[in-house]
Design a protein around this ligand. Structure first.
Ligand SMILES: Nc1ncnc2c1ncn2[C@@H]1O[C@H](COP(=O)(O)OP(=O)(O)OP(=O)(O)O)[C@@H](O)[C@H]1O
Length: 216
């Protein structure tokens, strides 16, 4: 079962400059909210706060909830929130299969279980048989699908996407976008998407949150 991703009274500042002011947001399961705004307005900073990656010099107050679970004080890996970035960050020294296995929770230790999950993920990514491949030999679209499947193997309860489509050219971008949103809808995941592209926002088909222009 999945739940809403809830942000309560989030205020984020850096050096006295407020980037996010008293933000309240509910992202329902199976829906996406898009975050837009000029460069430097704080989009990635907000994602980092929700994912648990925000460090000094930023100062943040407010709560992050996944359903009824307040995850604000938890480290990133215990929040149940999956993240996908512009750079897929597949480990170059690991095979595709090992990259996918990296997404699995430590509790799934059994080798056969891990192999079955990896095979299933490859099938869903339409990349069956790619276990032993070096990530460097994959196309951009294939790498993107592997990165998404690795994130999903951790069974996240919500998904944060920070410009995940921007390195792909237009046709691949459309395909991967559809792949991501179809999965998120099927898995009933709440999604927060950061993008500059109105087409991405249209594909997300939900509320658009615009962060303010940067005030120096
Ligand atoms: N380590 C840091 N020290 C000081 N200021 C920082 C630091 N990291 C980021 N900033 C500032 O924080 C603000 C928010 O940055 P952020 O990356 O969240 O913006 P963004 O909206 O995601 O921009 P872009 O669209 O260019 O990715 C920016 O004005 C940036 O200059």
């Amino acid at each position: 079962m999945t739940n809403a991703l809830i942000i309560r009274s989030a205020t984020i500042s850096i050096g006295g400059r407020i980037l996010v002011s008293n933000l309240n947001l509910v992202v329902e399961p199976g829906t996406a909210v898009t975050i837009m705004g000029p460069s430097g307005s704080g989009k990635s900073t907000l994602i980092a706060f929700i994912g648990g990656h925000l460090d000094r010099p930023f100062h943040a107050t407010g709560r992050v909830l996944v359903g009824e679970r307040d995850v604000t004080e938890l480290p990133p890996e215990r929040r149940g929130i999956g993240m996908l970035f512009q750079d897929d960050l597949l480990f170059p020294h690991l095979s595709v299969g090992a990259n996918l296995a990296f997404g699995l929770p430590a509790s799934k230790k059994d080798r056969r279980v891990r192999r079955a999950h990896v095979a299933q993920a490859l099938e869903e990514a339409e990349l069956s048989g790619f276990e032993e491949r070096d990530p460097a030999t994959l196309s951009g679209g294939q790498r993107a699908r592997i990165a998404l499947m690795r994130t999903l193997l951790a069974a996240p309860k919500a998904l944060l996407l920070d410009e995940p489509f921007s390195k792909l050219d237009s046709e691949l971008r459309r395909d991967f976008r559809r792949f991501v949103f179809d999965r998120a809808t099927a898995d009933r995941l709440p999604v927060l998407l950061v993008t500059h592209d109105p087409d991405d926002a249209a594909a997300a088909n939900g509320e658009i949150l615009t962060l303010g222009p940067q005030v120096e």
